[in-house]
Ligand binder design. Structure first.
Ligand code: AR6
Length: 173
């Protein structure tokens, strides 16, 4: 069984084996949690991202997929970069959002990580409604088959988002 925690905070400060980055296909940085990870993690992360673009992902990391780099100066050991879908009111892209969690977990398992922290992927600049973003995250994490990962943490940036997430989990029980 994987323990799932909902915590409020800044994911760049979290001490776990792997933190997940809500990146974009370019892997070259951006705003939101991506910007924070590259700022605090230092240039080693970007250097590995550039190398990935030059080798495996010449056309960028596709939406829903995940790939790991060093975590540079962050307390974590690895950053698992994934690309969430941009919210669409006219098209159901939720399977891509679930793929982000499932593929990030798989990559963490391949690394032998036992603890992983996720941000609320797509729920910022990509505009995914917060309640549904939490539902999609919990759907994958609660159904995950046993891996090396025994602790998954969903890190909500502010108190309102954290309270919303706790409410969603209560209603799922
Ligand atoms: N720690 C934890 N959560 C955070 C942090 C942080 N330091 N900073 C923001 N959040 P977003 P997206 C929350 O926008 O929607 C970038 O430009 C934020 O409040 O980071 O997947 C990328 O390069 C929200 O709840 O990611 C892409 O272009 C959640 O993290 C694009 O944004 C996700 O918000 C990805 O957009």
């Amino acid at each position: 069984m994987m323990e799932i925690e909902l915590v409020q905070g800044d994911i760049t400060a979290v001490r776990v084996d792997a933190i997940v980055n809500a990146a974009n296909s370019s892997l070259l940085g951006g705003g939101g949690v991506d910007g924070a990870i590259h700022r605090r993690g230092g240039s080693a992360i970007l250097a590995e991202c550039r190398a990935l673009r030059a080798s495996r992902y010449g056309r960028g990391l596709p939406t829903g997929q995940a790939v790991a780099t060093t975590a540079g100066n962050l307390p974590a050991s690895w950053v698992v970069h994934t690309v969430g879908p941009v919210w669409s009111a006219s098209e159901d892209r939720s399977s891509l959002l679930r793929d982000c969690y499932a593929n990030s977990l798989r990559v963490a398992d391949e690394l032998g990580a036992t603890s992983v922290a996720f941000p609320l992927i797509s729920a910022g600049i990509y505009r995914w409604p917060v309640e549904d973003a939490v539902r999609q995250a919990l759907a994958v994490l609660t159904a995950a088959r046993p891996t090396t990962v025994t602790r998954a943490r969903l890190v909500l940036f502010d108190a309102t988002t954290h309270a919303t997430a706790v409410g969603v989990r209560e209603r799922l029980r």
